[in-house]
Design a protein around this ligand. Structure first.
Ligand SMILES: Nc1nc2c(ncn2[C@@H]2O[C@H](COP(=O)(O)OP(=O)(O)OP(=O)(O)O)[C@@H](O)[C@H]2O)c(=O)[nH]1
Ligand SMILES: [Mg+2]
Length: 396
């Protein structure tokens, strides 16, 4: 927050950012609006926060209405906040330490440790102004995809999260734990650490199914005509009669089947090995990394008991998700909350993310990059953005 709004307003704003519940947020934002000096330089800030306040009050009203009508929201319908990370484990290995990990990172659910978690517990972990919403899920039972143990709700949340964290207890058999959780997730059409297959299909009105191999890698397949026939069969079985199938790389038949199944999702997954303080867990951790790193390029360890976890876990996660954080600036006032973007983006993507009108009326941008030789640079839409850049957009 800018220093020209005064320390009191600034402090009220910080309290608003830290507030956990809706009523407190509203109170702090009202306080902030009453304290902020009203003049030309703060006009936009005031307007923005009035809109925020109105939105929060609407939410408060809706909650009251809901409470009055007696309709409870399901504990499984989770309001997303920041980067959503879901902790999972299999039901046959109770007590792997998910709730303890949630508590270690966020301070939430302290009194629920050691008790069977039956509904999701949630906390927010903050690192370098980025919010990570940690969702501690009830463990996943066999048959979850058929609804066993609230499986449908749990899996639907997992399908939409940013990152799955498979929690593995290092003091027990890790193979069994990983095997069971993989089985349930894969069986529920969730593909782990696999990119979507390099296939596109465009439906057409006629001409049946045509298959095109568009890269050298895709063309370099022996028995191409046999593969083409198989693809046509799979596409036909998926109910598509006319269309162009484009292949951009080497694919297996399983991938082709996946490509025509709209319910398949592709998720990034890391393994968090827990209870690293117990005897022989160091050996178990090394062994886990050696045998599972191909499938799981990121395997981390922790001990809730010893309060040990990487202090840069947020940065590690962001890198793993290939995301960067970018700060926007308006009239020299740098936004409190960073934008989270894919790592290979340009000024164009920043403009579109903020609002399409910034892109349509774009004139130039000023990028401030700490440590770079040219600290402050005037750039165009194609300029590539890096982690921690500060970007101010100017429109015509
Ligand atoms: N020694 C040791 N014990 C731990 C650690 N983390 C968790 N525990 C213990 O393991 C037990 C289970 O921990 P929880 O965090 O409740 O496990 P959970 O995965 O949430 O269990 P469910 O909700 O039943 O799936 C508790 O008694 C914890 O104190 C750790 O890092 N070291
Ligand atoms: Mg638990």
């Amino acid at each position: 927050m800018s220093s020209n709004i005064g320390p009191e307003a600034s402090a009220a704003y910080d309290r608003y950012l830290d507030a956990k519940d809706l009523d407190k947020k509203i109170k702090c934002l009202e306080e902030f609006l009453s304290l902020v000096p009203k003049h030309k330089a703060t006009e936009k800030l005031v307007a923005l926060n009035k809109t925020r306040l109105a939105k929060l009050k609407r939410e408060q009203e809706e909650n009251k209405e809901r409470a009055k009508s007696g309709k409870k929201t399901s504990p499984f319908s989770i309001k997303r906040e920041g980067i959503q990370i879901v902790l999972v484990s299999d039901y046959h290995t109770p007590g792997v330490g998910k709730t303890s990990l949630l508590n270690l990172l966020t301070g939430a659910a302290k009194n629920k440790i050691g008790k069977f978690t039956s509904v999701p517990e949630i906390g927010v972990y903050k690192e370098q102004k980025i919010k990570f919403q940690i969702v501690d899920m009830p463990s996943i039972m066999v048959g979850a995809s058929n609804g066993v143990g609230n499986g449908k709700e749990i899996l639907s949340q997992i399908r939409s999260c940013d990152l799955i964290v498979i929690c593995v207890d290092l003091s027990r058999n890790v193979d069994d734990q990983i095997f069971l959780i993989e089985k349930e997730l894969n069986g529920s059409n969730i593909r782990l650490n696999k990119p979507p297959p390099p296939i596109l299909i465009e439906k057409t009105g006629s001409n049946k199914i045509q298959v095109f191999y568009l890269t050298e890698e895709a063309k370099n397949i022996t028995e191409l005509s046999e593969l083409t026939e198989k693809i046509k069969e799979i596409v036909d079985a998926a109910g598509i009669r006319n269309g162009i199938v484009k292949l951009y790389g080497r694919v297996t038949l399983d991938q082709i089947v996946d490509a025509f199944n709209p319910s398949i999702v592709y998720k990034k997954v890391l393994i968090m090995a827990t209870k690293g303080d117990l005897p022989y867990t160091q050996e178990s951790f090394e062994d886990l990394k050696e045998r599972y790193s191909d499938k799981y390029p990121l395997i981390l360890g922790c001990s809730a008991k010893k309060v040990e976890i990487s202090p840069e876990i947020g940065k590690i996660v962001l890198d793993f998700l290939k995301k960067i954080k970018v700060f926007t600036s308006h009239k020299g006032v740098i936004a409190e909350k960073p934008l989270i973007l894919d790592s290979n983006v340009s000024v164009r993507d920043v403009a579109i993310k903020i609002h399409r009108s910034f892109y349509e009326k774009f004139d130039h941008a000023i990028v401030i990059r700490e440590g770079a030789r040219q600290y402050r640079k005037k750039v165009g839409l194609d300029f590539e953005i890096q982690d921690n850049d500060i970007v101010e957009l100017f429109t015509i």
